[in-house]
Design a protein around this ligand. Structure first.
Ligand code: SF4
Length: 403
């Protein structure tokens, strides 16, 4: 861009609000996915679905830590039947949990069985009608491409009809790493190939007037998945398919890097308004994924599931042990979901940088801190009484609840 825009307000990139892409609402059990609803958090158990007790416990564990939709893998008919029992057990011993079945290679029969026991079925367009790639092939003739297209439609239609009849949902879950061979010949290993793969299935659904669809475009490299999601959203909007998006980076790994990699892919899309449900895939216990999802959503202001702490990084001006005080403040107030609390090292920059927090704890002079409500300094107290005085202030305001 050159020069200064006539009006800064007209530049979308300068907007401080996230405007979500308008989508349909798709119901998965008692959770809705779409732009009229909070971005939903989901994950997947890693127990074998045949281990009914283990899988039921795994689903419950995830649900108890805030996972709103739980996926499980269904590679055979026996697994599909096990899902029926798992669902029943959840209802008998816990509560219904929105469940998604992952169906893979040539999974038609399995999908038809399991669709009766779950709220959503996920299919991978690259594997749903799967022919082993032929290493000697050099091209696909138009006749071959259309014959495969017909075979896909024929195989896929009964599932679509069943989901429509049962008012259940479908995820068209494209994976960069498993595009169908003819897509690779036509479009290469590209975001466009991913988009075309999804569009083929979307069109079949559309012909059958089925629209409970969520779409994902996962890849293990963040720039690839970001490009694919953006292209998919543009294509769907251009063709009149306002389906919600499920965001995720596959095989992100574990530890800090896995979390950062997932965030690097998911957060920019959410900030652009794309994405209605997310999964952070970590090579760790799935329960560990849920706090990461919520941190991403909270840091973008898309959901508020915990107290927002604003704290300065501390510097030579800091008047108290900031790390320790932040820890104490957090321990005392972490359950007050909805509040923004700032802990700032000094009054030079602290009050100005508290970002409109509800309450502020700011170093005043050595040994003294100031408590703020919004932008107003309310009282000064000795540092040793700071945390107790903050709690007292929140109580006076009627905003305290017991942990
Ligand atoms: S608020 Fe004060 S103590 Fe904290 S980083 Fe800024 S100048 Fe340093």
């Amino acid at each position: 861009m050159t020069g200064t825009p006539a009006s800064y307000d007209s530049v979308a990139r300068y907007d401080t609000l996230i405007h979500r892409r308008q989508t349909r609402s798709v119901r998965v059990g008692d959770i809705w996915i779409g732009s009229d609803h909070p971005v939903a958090v989901q994950s997947m158990i890693n127990e074998d679905t045949l281990d009914i007790e283990g899988a039921t416990a795994g689903i419950r564990r995830l649900h108890e830590v805030g996972c709103e939709i739980v996926r499980l893998t269904v590679p055979s008919l026996a697994h599909a039947n096990a899902v029926k029992e798992i669902r029943q057990r959840l209802e008998d011993t816990y509560q219904p949990v929105p469940l998604v079945a992952d169906v893979h290679h040539n999974g038609m029969k399995i999908a038809l069985e399991v669709a009766q026991h779950v709220d959503k079925v996920r299919i991978n367009p690259g594997l749903f009608v799967f022919d082993k790639p032929d290493p000697n092939r050099t091209e696909f003739s138009p006749e071959e491409v259309s014959a495969i297209g017909e075979r896909i439609a024929e195989t896929f239609e009964p599932l679509v009809q069943l989901l429509k009849q049962e008012d259940k949902a479908l995820r068209i879950g494209v994976n960069h790493g498993s595009l169908a061979e003819r897509m690779l010949f036509s479009y290469g290993d590209t975001p466009l190939g991913m988009v075309e793969s999804a569009m083929e299935f979307i069109r079949i659904c559309d012909r059958l007037d089925f629209h409970n669809i969520v779409v994902s475009m996962k890849a293990s490299r963040a720039p690839v998945m970001m490009a694919a999601y953006r292209m998919m959203a543009d294509r769907m909007d251009a063709e009149g398919f306002p389906y919600p998006l499920h965001l995720g980076v596959t095989e992100a790994g574990d530890g800090d890097y896995g979390r950062i990699k997932s965030t690097a892919g998911i957060a920019p899309l959410l900030a652009e308004g794309l994405g209605d449900t997310i999964r952070v895939s970590l090579t760790e216990a799935p329960e560990k994924e849920i706090p990461v999802c919520y941190s991403i959503l909270q840091s973008l202001g898309l959901r508020k599931t915990m107290v927002e702490y604003v704290a300065c990084p501390s510097c030579g001006r800091t008047l108290f042990n900031l790390e320790e005080v932040l820890h104490q403040v957090r321990n005392a107030t972490a359950h007050l979901t909805g509040l923004d609390i700032a802990v700032m090292g000094c009054i030079v920059n602290g009050p100005g940088e508290m970002a409109d927090a509800d309450y502020g704890y700011v170093g005043k002079t050595p040994g003294t801190i100031s408590l703020y409500r919004g932008r107003d300094e309310i009282r000064r107290v000795p540092e040793a009484e700071g945390v107790a005085a903050l709690i007292a202030l929140i109580k006076e305001d009627g905003r305290w609840v017991d942990p």
